[in-house]
Design a protein around this ligand. Structure first.
Ligand code: PEP
Ligand code: MN
Length: 340
């Protein structure tokens, strides 16, 4: 249920509504917006004491939220969420581009990639220090050493770091370096980890599980938001289908569906979907055309010798050409603002 406050409601009135909800044994989640604040009620099994809340000062309306996802829902917040990552916005007018190698490699190689990517105007750098590999014999990431290198990238190149947190035990160390905590596809339903990042003060990027429905993806976001962390970003990275011409099938319909269901930003990851370098540009264009707020892409100065996922990694030159093109795509396919 959602308690919609008047446009001119005071903070005291919002606090009084939250206190009344808490007294009833439920959980209040204030959702401030540019237009008005709403307080979402969770933890209720049935109808909440509607009448009591409706009579409180500053309350304009009480709305039932029919879907199982509440805080992530566009019903709860009709205004698009813009996520500020050290001064750069994800979910705003500009297409977000997150680029970098699959894994953090040696310091020299990683710094060289970071420098090239930054010189193209990109401000978000990706790279895994902890890698979820299919084979236990494959390179698992540089771990703490990788985090040290990422901190250097962040400090020397004015880049915001997006990196995966693979486990609860490493969250604290990863959060010290990351500007955005990435939850990988394999961990999308690791509820213990989702609850833990829900208590962090860093934005969280949740990648869709290879076999997860869109509703399950939204519920993963609900876990994080219900812990108090409202800075959630989704990412469509391809799902498992019978098609074996690509690594995963980029579900562009999921991008459009999430935009219609949630106020939170959604990115596309054409690299992990394509699995092959030559298919990355067309899938990147498709994601933008479907309304993605941005793209996560693997880029390397020497993809042929990348320590992981080289086959789907763009060279700097290929990436530069694609970036130019994507700017024009973004202009052509700027998504319509949500109804308020
Ligand atoms: C990644 O982005 O490095 C990654 C491992 O992706 P995914 O979780 O989508 O497989
Ligand atoms: Mn990868």
């Amino acid at each position: 249920m959602l308690v919609v406050m008047n446009v001119d409601a005071t903070q005291e009135q919002v606090d009084a509504v939250s206190a009344a909800i808490r007294e009833m044994g439920y959980e209040p989640h204030a959702m401030p917006g540019a237009q008005r604040t709403a307080v979402c009620v969770t933890g209720n099994k049935g109808p909440v004491g509607r009448d009591r809340l409706a009579q409180l000062p500053g309350v304009r309306d009480i709305i039932s939220v029919s879907k199982p996802y509440k805080l992530v829902s566009l019903e709860t917040k009709t205004e698009r969420t813009r996520i500020d990552v050290r001064g750069r916005i994800i979910g705003g007018d500009e297409l977000t581009v997150i680029a970098g190698p699959c894994s953090v490699e040696s310091e020299d190689r990683t710094m060289a990639i970071a420098e090239r990517v930054r010189s193209l105007g990109v401000v978000f750098f990706r790279g895994g220090a902890y890698k979820p590999r299919t084979s236990p014999y494959a390179f698992q990431g540089l771990e703490e050493e990788g985090l040290r290198i990422l901190a250097k990238v962040r400090d020397e190149h004015d880049l915001r770091i997006v990196t995966e947190v693979l486990s609860e035990e490493t969250l604290e160390a990863v959060a010290e370096v990351a500007d955005v905590l990435q939850i990988g596809a394999r961990n999308m339903q690791n509820t213990a980890l989702l609850k833990k990042v829900g208590r962090c003060d860093k934005p969280v990027l949740i990648k869709r599980g290879a076999s997860a429905t869109v509703e399950e993806l939204l519920m993963a976001g609900e876990y994080v938001m219900s812990g108090g962390n409202h800075r959630v970003i989704f990412c469509e990275r391809g799902i498992r289908t019978f098609g074996d011409h690509v690594r995963n099938t980029l579900d562009v319909s999921a991008i459009a569906a999430v935009k219609a269901m949630s106020h939170l930003p959604i990115l596309g990851d054409p690299s992990h979907a394509a699995g092959k370098r030559h298919l990355v540009p067309p899938l990147a264009r498709a994601a933008v055309a479907a309304g993605a707020d941005g793209l996560l892409m693997e880029v390397h100065t020497d993809p042929a010798t990348a320590w992981s996922d080289g086959a789907q990694t763009l060279s700097i030159e290929e990436f530069q050409m694609l970036l130019e093109e994507l700017k024009r795509y973004r202009e052509a396919f700027t998504p319509a603002p949500a109804a308020t």
